[in-house]
Design a protein around this ligand. Structure first.
Ligand code: AMP
Ligand code: MG
Length: 279
């Protein structure tokens, strides 16, 4: 089965994260065994992204969501190794600024969406407005509960304009998060990542799971699907997302645009320049 199908949340399905194994690694024994396939995928992505860029008809919006340490930053690093920076942008979403706060929640999101031919990767996204906002009561329930329909309508609008949206939930276990926090504490090159709020947020694990389950269930649509990616193994996460992107982009049947110039004419000019009359 394609990974596009396998990890996709079917529209209308009721997601239960506890039923999905975050340590899943398919038929692969481990990172070394999968390395060749990961690299193959990466190379294929390089070509496909270039075609998307030169075709300039459609665009791709990748949304990354997950609890702290789920691997959003690591995924971005991996994906950027498969993208020409010309044509790919990463946009992080943090706590809204005063100006953003004074606008509709989709204001800052819409302006960050990709132009034709481009790939944009959202590090967090408009989904925070039904996740962190809900878990911490930042706006009343009467407000955030209406956002699922708003999000679906917004994403439908983007899809109508040729923007394909692929949304990835990086699924890790609570034990894996603890292990990653510990690794950060011990590794001087990772200590900068630690914030007080990490441990605070962990206390809200169950609330986040509830919020994610509703978002994944209500907002996985034909035009903007959610994928639940087993992410306890970083290499498998990279492999799965890479494969899904490749499968999706291959399905677009991208083509190089037709030349806008008369090639025969240019060939004749070239020939004439190389062999000047009388030379
Ligand atoms: P990081 O991704 O580690 O840089 O952290 C960004 C922080 O911004 C996280 O704690 C998010 O929960 C928070 N954040 C992102 N979007 C929103 C939002 N719409 N409302 C409130 N907090 C947000
Ligand atoms: Mg982060």
């Amino acid at each position: 089965m394609s990974y596009l199908e396998r990890f996709r949340v079917r529209p209308g399905a009721r997601v239960q994260l506890a039923a999905i194994d975050p340590s899943f690694k398919d038929r692969h024994e481990g990172q070394d065994a999968a390395a060749a396939e990961i690299d193959e995928c990466r190379k294929r992505l390089v070509d496909l992204q270039e075609m998307l860029y030169v075709e300039r008809r459609r665009s791709l919006l990748i949304c990354l969501q997950g609890l702290d340490t789920a691997g959003k930053d690591g995924t971005i690093k991996h994906l950027l190794s498969a993208m020409n920076p010309q044509g790919c942008t990463v946009v992080p979403f943090r706590q809204p600024t005063a100006q953003e706060e004074a606008h509709d929640f989709l204001w800052r999101v819409h302006r960050a969406t990709p132009a034709r031919g481009e790939v944009t990767i959202f590090n967090r996204s408009h989904y925070e407005d039904v996740l962190v906002v809900r878990v911490h009561d930042l706006v009343p329930k009467s407000s955030w509960s209406r956002r699922f329909d708003r999000i679906n309508a917004f994403e439908q609008g983007l899809a109508d304009q040729g923007t394909q949206i692929l949304k990835f939930f990086l699924h890790i276990s609570s034990e894996e998060q603890l292990a990653r926090f510990k690794a950060r504490l011990e590794d001087p090159t990772k200590q900068w990542k630690i914030s007080e709020s990490d441990y605070e947020e962990r206390k809200y694990w169950d609330e986040y799971v509830t919020a994610y389950e509703e978002a994944l269930s209500r907002c996985s649509t034909e035009h903007a699907p959610w994928f639940i990616i087993p992410a306890n193994h970083k290499w498998f996460r990279n492999l799965a997302i890479g494969r899904i992107l490749v499968e999706h982009l291959e399905g677009l049947k991208l083509t190089y645009p037709k030349p806008t110039v008369d090639l025969e004419h240019i060939r004749r000019e070239y020939h004439a320049a190389k062999h000047p009359a009388g030379a």
